[in-house]
Design a protein around this ligand. Structure first.
Ligand SMILES: *Cc1c(COP(=O)(O)O)cnc(C)c1O
Length: 358
């Protein structure tokens, strides 16, 4: 009997799996989830309608009801909507169809780690540019990176995770012009789009190589359902349908998405109160003397200016408050990211931080 173990693809061996600690704490402010469960009315409808599902049958493969509802919501056609198990699976589908060996994807650091991770697992080469010291993107830098590298996919993230910054108005147009010279694709990850004042969604059209991704995980308080989608030209969506597995989106997931869209008013009210809490938390952080970056999302990036890097994060954890530690992240020296929670959670965080900094 041989004892040699099989090895994975050589390009995966140095790759680490995505890691965000899941710990039992009283105040969990580390993964940008909604602090509140979905509305009770939604849960009741979901429970009731699940009874009517034929779970012995495969789900609607084209998720047509969900896609039609989303299309109606954004005044597009159902053929311009693609849905999957979380926007991470949406992004993976984009990379499978438009990336791959001998192709490249451009992104701008610091940004959401999964973009680069998914590129690597699909054997797509990553070319990185840098955001400036305020974490903003210089359009001239975007254009020069595109001209030098001609990436098949240009990834933007606005508001950007983990910095919270929005890209400037007009950047998408500039990016589309630049990649249009050789047939590239622009993807804007808008996981936090509803918390921000502007969006690239209005620019989605059949004659533009632009995809905008969104998720039910943050605004819609449905991280546990795993549902994300993108809006873009139908000829792009057709390519994505070739790489996705048949029946990938379960019947319960599709149903949850459709029913959630009936509760837009409640969801919008939550977004508004989270935005108000974000502004309150940001000014309290400034009063505590930590550096705070302006955010258009449901989290705030900040940097304590004294003491050893990890001390603040573990001091908060000692007080049962979990935030995300980016202190050793590229370009994020000493930074932590706090998700906006309920008013009570945010107050607990502020009290704990005041103690740790004292
Ligand atoms: C949270 C997040 C996502 C969402 O991922 P899902 O798979 O939809 O839960 C996507 N992009 C960014 C930038 C995020 O922060």
């Amino acid at each position: 009997m041989g004892s040699q173990r099989p090895t994975s693809r050589s390009d995966l061996r140095t790759l680490k799996s995505y890691h965000s600690p899941q710990m039992e704490v009283e105040v969990r402010l580390n993964t940008n989830e909604s602090p509140l469960p979905p509305p009770v009315g939604f849960m009741e409808n979901l429970a009731k309608e699940i009874m009517g599902l034929s779970l012995n049958r495969y789900p609607d493969r084209s998720a047509s009801r969900l896609r039609e509802r989303l299309a109606g919501r954004y005044e597009l056609d159902a053929r311009q909507v693609f849905a999957a198990n979380g926007s991470n699976e949406v992004i993976q589908s984009v990379l499978l169809a438009f990336g791959g060996p001998d192709r490249s994807m451009a992104l701008f650091q610091p940004t959401y780690a999964m973009h680069g991770q998914i590129a690597r697992t699909t054997a797509t080469r990553v070319v990185s540019g840098r955001r400036n010291e305020h974490f903003l993107l210089d359009p001239a830098l975007v254009v020069s990176l595109v001209e030098a590298e001609r990436p098949e996919i240009l990834f933007l993230c606005s508001p950007n995770n983990p910095t919270g910054a929005m890209d400037s108005d007009g950047l998408v147009e500039i990016a589309l012009d630049a990649v249009g010279k050789y047939g590239g694709l622009v993807v804007v990850d808008e996981a936090y789009g509803q918390f921000a004042p502007t969006s690239a969604l209005e620019q989605v059209a059949e004659d533009r190589a632009l995809l905008v991704t969104r998720t039910f995980s943050k605004t819609w308080a449905l991280a546990g359902i795993r549902l994300g989608y993108l809006l873009g030209p139908s000829w792009c969506v057709e390519e994505l349908e070739k790489v996705i597995l048949p029946y990938h989106l379960g019947a319960v997931t599709q149903l949850a998405g459709v029913l959630a869209l009936d509760h837009e008013v409640e969801m919008s009210a939550r977004v508004e109160s989270l935005v108000a809490e974000r502004e309150r938390l940001s000014s309290c952080l400034e009063e505590l003397g930590v550096t705070v970056w302006p955010s258009s999302a449901n989290f705030v990036l900040f940097r304590p200016e004294s003491g050893p890097r990890n001390r603040v994060w573990s001091g908060l954890l000692d007080r049962s408050v979990l935030v995300r530690d980016f202190s050793s992240g590229e370009g994020l020296n000493g930074c932590l990211r706090v998700t906006i929670g309920t008013q009570e959670e945010n107050d607990r965080f502020l009290v704990a931080l005041r103690e740790v900094l004292a």
